[in-house]
Design a protein around this ligand. Sequence first.
Ligand code: FES
Length: 577
Amino acid sequence: MSSSQKNPKNLRSQRWYAPDDLRSFGHRSRTKQMGYHREEFIDRPVIGIINTWNEMNSCHTHFPERVKDVKRGVFSAGGFPVELPAISLGEQLMKPTAMMYRNFLSMEVEELLRSYPIDGAVLMGGCDKTTPGILLGAISMNIPCIYVPAGAMLKGHWRDETLGSGTDVWKFWDERRAGNLSEKEWSEIEDGIARSPGTCMTMGTAATMMSMVDSLGMSLPGASSIPAVDSNHNRMASLSGKRVVDLVWEDIKPTDILTEHSFENAIIVQMAIGGSTNGIIHLTALARRTAIKLDLEKFDRVSKSIPLLANIKPSGKYLMEDFYYAGGILALMKMLKEHLNLDTITVNGNSVRQNIEESEVFNKDVIRSINNPVSSVGGTAILHGSLAPNGAVIKPTAAEKRLWNHKGPALVFKDIHDLKSRIDSEDLPVSPDSILVLQNAGPIGAPGMPEWGQLPVPKKLLKQGIRDIIRISDARMSGTSYGACILHVSPESALGGPLALVKDGDIIQLDVERREINLLVKESELEIRKKKWSPPESKATRGYAKLFTKHVNQAHEGCDFDFLQGVPGETPEPEIF
Ligand code: FES
């Protein structure tokens, strides 16, 4: 913790507002232009509310209302709230992929907080990449801040069935492609699957990231489990606004909260909730921004010792609303108390031990105990081998177990267009033993590493009743997805990694228990192929896409930009002239 306490005279914002000079006269008169009295912003913490809302992000439609709750809290604690809208990364509508803009959001947040007279920040996000995006920027700026998670939407419904975001879409889409679902039924599902504000309500990337940030200690404890439209969510938002003012006075910054131990807690929670594979990339990036190096082996070590406790789709059967009423993240963390670092401090000023003390599990089927887990292994396994020298990821709990140990011939698609044009053709040379390989879908190759990693099961196999098959790519997949998908292969194929050298018919061997993924082709043959290989033509010829492909690092390094690494808070404060 910082030893210093802030007083009104050494607030950052007062560098803009307090001096008796011409420039400060301008700052004060222009703030008054907005109708504020001098007493409202002089000698008070100015709180920037980073609001990732826009009308293309359906998961954040409650933010314009919720920001009022945050402001209420800030005012009640004697702060001065100002809303700072930042780019909203709507997972569904943003193309080629919201992932390409995560680092963009992080830069925007960092520079908003730096360039304006801001003492502390409330970070409002939830839809997949918004959470890591805002937090990455806030860490690099390193001023007191608190995260307000958007919360999950209500459960979906179709006739007498409960529907989970993504997970049930993939399931019913396979049935539609197999000819088992009419247009009317498909349209009814479209009407019922997303019926309130909030994020996907399966344990997708959004719920995973909100839970991980909660377990890192950057939100009020338990905030991540509250459904978006529950009035507890309004109260959490207001209390977060109130608390951030104290954080400013106490001078508690992200680097006081985010330690190696808190990152370890987040990994433990990720494994126990069956969290999205995307969480690995984002957590790696977040840790690196604090100068803590998380390697993939760390995730794997935890995965081997932490069982899956949250019985939530896609790895289990319930949804986030059920999780909340079963006790939520704090009850789950209590189940894990022997494994967690209980003395780590969180933004409410208490330790994890204190935060979980009174929590309880109210539904033992939704939140399982260590002795009665959903699965004895954690949600994610890290693979290495000749096909992925720098690692790859699989979510075994979401794959058919018969495929955990499998050897089969590769069927290669050179890019997403090749995949789309051939996957459903009747003469595709595919069998249930085949291993589908998608190339050029990684951070640089796609670009942006889209969620193309859950390659569709070919129609030919669907008609035979096959619903899972091994698929390998350097892409990601949605956290709501399932199947035997090996993702994040590093180095990616656009850099000439071994994935780029695979040909139809090559034998690939997967052994999840041994954590291996190998291309069974002689090294001498691979060398010949490598000499003939040339990189694909880049589609990123200018603008942000060019900056992205030039500076993004690989999946096992968190897909951050090389120039954003560094010690938090080291960038000099702006000169005020
Ligand atoms: Fe926003 Fe899933 S689309 S969280």
